[in-house]
Design a protein around this ligand. Structure first.
Ligand SMILES: NC(=O)c1ccc[n+]([C@@H]2O[C@H](COP(=O)([O-])OP(=O)(O)OC[C@H]3O[C@@H](n4cnc5c(N)ncnc54)[C@H](O)[C@@H]3O)[C@@H](O)[C@H]2O)c1
Length: 271
């Protein structure tokens, strides 16, 4: 067991999680807390960050290692203040998880609402990667600290999902910039990797996948399940293992620039 602890323990580390009130962020945070880390939850909605802190405290008993902050990940100023608040209360941050993101809407290309397109691009690329990475990596470089970044890619990073143009564009860019940032930051001892979840029920995609009235699958939900060889949605707890791996310098010290699919076989589905 000492070997596993040396490999995966995050004791003494602090992890900042954007979109920290979200479903996937909470599951990843639970894993970090159980591995001994401190976690700073950054969400644009304070009530989501607080609710996540409450749930995680109940599940792990580690309330004294959890910080909930209201942070707009599109704002450099907001993220800078959050980095400072994390540093002063929890130390670090040593790991940044870029989990702010999500999709809304679906349309034919010629019917795209350009305002919504820009909003989704901004959420998934500017908030979802650019701003928190710029500010946090800048802080690490200045302090000569090193660190690890985990981005959230998607199945849409590999193969476009139909009708979600901005989400497709943003998530393929997330995978691309994961590689580009890994190269850029390697000399600063900063590793940059991504997780590409298959389909998990989150706050924003729930309405697309589950029919609110009946609780059954929507046509889109049925298509997803039919295309997923394991025949089900993922459970957010199934992202724990890869999250700990990518966060741990002992386990993944030489791993940078990769995107790991956790998708029930979605990417290898064929006929
Ligand atoms: N759920 C899935 O099936 C799935 C699949 C692939 C990728 N992902 C990605 O994983 C990440 C998390 O997904 P989820 O389903 O848990 O999402 P979610 O909708 O449950 O949570 C997203 C959180 O981000 C917060 N947020 C929105 N804008 C923000 C901003 N500007 N600053 C800070 N926080 C902000 C929201 O308030 C929300 O709490 C997203 O990047 C998503 O695209 C999810």
């Amino acid at each position: 067991m000492d070997y596993l602890k040396e490999m995966f323990s995050l004791e003494g580390k602090s992890v900042a999680v954007t979109g920290g009130g979200g479903v996937i962020a909470a599951a990843m945070s639970e894993a970090f807390l159980k591995a001994g880390a401190k976690v700073s939850l950054w969400d644009i909605k304070m009530e989501f960050a607080e609710a996540a802190k409450e749930r995680l405290t109940a599940e792990t008993g580690a309330g004294d290692r959890i910080q909930a902050l209201e942070v707009d990940a599109t704002s450099e100023d907001s993220v800078r203040k959050a980095v400072e608040a994390c540093a002063s209360q929890l130390g670090g941050p040593d790991v940044l998880v870029n989990a702010a993101g999500g999709n809304r809407g679906k349309s034919d290309f010629v019917d795209v609402d350009i305002e919504l397109f820009e909003e989704i691009l901004r959420l998934n690329l500017v908030a979802g990667l650019m701003v928190p990475t710029k500010v946090t990596a800048g802080y690490w470089k200045e302090k000569k600290m090193g660190g690890a970044i985990i981005n959230m890619a998607s199945m849409a990073s590999y193969i476009p999902l139909s009708g979600v143009w901005a989400y497709d564009a943003a998530k393929s860019a997330v995978m691309n910039l994961t590689m580009a940032c890994a190269k850029e930051f390697a000399p600063d001892n900063i590793r940059v990797n991504a997780i590409a979840p298959g389909f998990f029920i989150g706050k924003q995609n729930k309405a697309l996948l589950i029919d609110e009235a009946t609780g059954g699958l929507t046509p889109r939900g049925r298509d997803v399940i039919a295309h997923t060889p394991t025949g089900r949605f993922g459970d957010a707890s199934e992202l724990a293992g890869v999250s700990l791996f990518l966060a741990s310098d002992s386990a993944a010290g030489f791993v940078t620039g990769i995107t790991v699919p956790v998708d029930g076989g979605y990417l290898v589905s064929n006929i």
